[in-house]
Design a protein around this ligand. Structure first.
Ligand SMILES: *Cc1c(COP(=O)(O)O)cnc(C)c1O
Length: 368
């Protein structure tokens, strides 16, 4: 038996009847884009996150691009983020016309180092994009303080962290904007692409609504060059059904992570949850010497693993112009391995992953 790294079929199968009813409702409604499903989902998501406004968009990357553009980010501006993220983070900054500047990370939480952030902020810095990587909430208090002191904006990349909490609030509600993705592998995944922008600011919300729809005002006159980036009715209808289950799925993710931590914590370094925060475990990431050998040995024992991410963003040829010395990031990307973790895994699956990892690490050595 193979334990896949990720499988969305079980979740969708279990919801098949409601998903098919939602499909029928959209077919019968005749409204495919920017209708009732979209506005209901926006209201439900805003309430769940704890933000005044939620604006549905086509994907998480667009959520970041639109947020940055709404804050006035322009060519020549610098935007600070981390290099151990999805390519989408750097792509969004460049699509907004800005230059990505990479801050190093902390070796335990694997999130932005607030001290290095201070070092890279300069006169051209317009915004910070902290990434709540793997579902671990970034320490927002020092980041927000630095942003306030420097007078710059914050756009949270919460694409992996729906529901993660720090300081008693869900991530996405600290910055000027919070951005979410509903790519099928995410903790809240559509049956296609989708994304969401949240904000408490009425004016910024209005601006983001215009930007996702050609810059249109109510009379369909464009005052600014907007985009076409809308969350369609079908995905919104599916996501409403899934949002109602999300708390339960997060609890199951945390339960699996707890079992992994309890049974593997002594034999392998794990990503540390940010103190005082609630990690939602989009991914469960460990660090091993001799990563390739570990992954092959796991595979031989029937467990698929993945790597998020194998190279820093500034080592992708497209972003090599933005390289900077990042000693912690560089060390971590050689060692990180993601173990399977999704709410539909059975306890037997979890035990099988633990058993395989322990056998590989203890029995066969680390192949360092
Ligand atoms: C998935 C992801 C995105 C982009 O989301 P898409 O919906 O795929 O465009 C951005 N940032 C991070 C950290 C992500 O994991």
């Amino acid at each position: 038996m193979i334990i896949p790294f990720f499988d969305c079929r079980e979740q969708n199968r279990a919801l098949r009847d409601s998903l098919c009813e939602a499909l029928d409702a959209v077919v019968d409604s005749g409204q495919i884009i920017l209708g009732e499903q979209g506005s209901c989902f926006e209201a439900e998501f805003a309430r769940w996150i704890g933000a005044r406004h939620a604006i549905g968009v086509a994907n998480g990357t667009d959520a970041l691009v639109i947020s940055l553009r709404c804050l006035g980010v322009r060519p020549g501006d610098e935007v600070v983020t981390v290099a151990n993220s999805a390519v989408a983070t750097a792509s969004a900054i460049c699509q907004a016309g800005a230059t990505p500047v990479f801050a190093d990370i902390l070796p335990d939480t694997l999130l932005m180092d607030p001290e290095d952030l201070k070092r890279v902020i300069g006169p051209k810095t317009k915004a910070i994009v902290p990434v709540h990587l793997y579902g671990n909430p970034a320490g927002m208090e020092p980041i927000m303080r630095t942003a306030r002191e420097a007078g710059i904006a914050v756009v949270e990349d919460a694409c992996q962290a729906h529901g993660a909490v720090i300081g008693g609030r869900r991530v996405g509600t600290f910055g000027n904007f919070g951005c979410f993705s509903f790519y099928p592998t995410k903790n809240l995944g559509a049956l296609g692409d989708g994304g969401m922008i949240v904000t408490d600011n009425d004016e910024l919300a209005e601006r983001a609504r215009r930007f996702r729809f050609y810059g249109f005002d109510r009379e369909r006159v464009s005052h600014e060059v907007g985009q076409n980036s809308r969350l369609d009715e079908l995905q919104a209808a599916f996501l409403r059904i899934k949002l109602a289950r999300l708390d339960e799925w997060i609890a199951r993710r945390r339960d699996i992570a707890e079992q992994y931590a309890y049974k593997l914590g002594a034999v392998i370094p794990l990503q540390c949850a940010t103190p005082g925060g609630t990690h939602v475990y989009h991914l469960f990431v460990v660090r091993v010497q001799g990563r390739d050998a570990f992954r092959h040995a796991m595979r031989r024992r029937g467990v698929e693993t993945a790597v998020h991410y194998a190279i820093p963003l500034c080592e992708h040829p497209a972003y090599s112009g933005f390289a900077r010395a990042l000693p912690v990031t560089r060390e971590v990307v050689l060692q990180n391995v993601s173990l399977p973790l999704y709410p539909e895994m059975t306890d037997a699956d979890v035990l099988a992953v633990v058993g395989a990892a322990r056998a590989v690490l203890e029995g066969e050595g680390s192949h360092a």
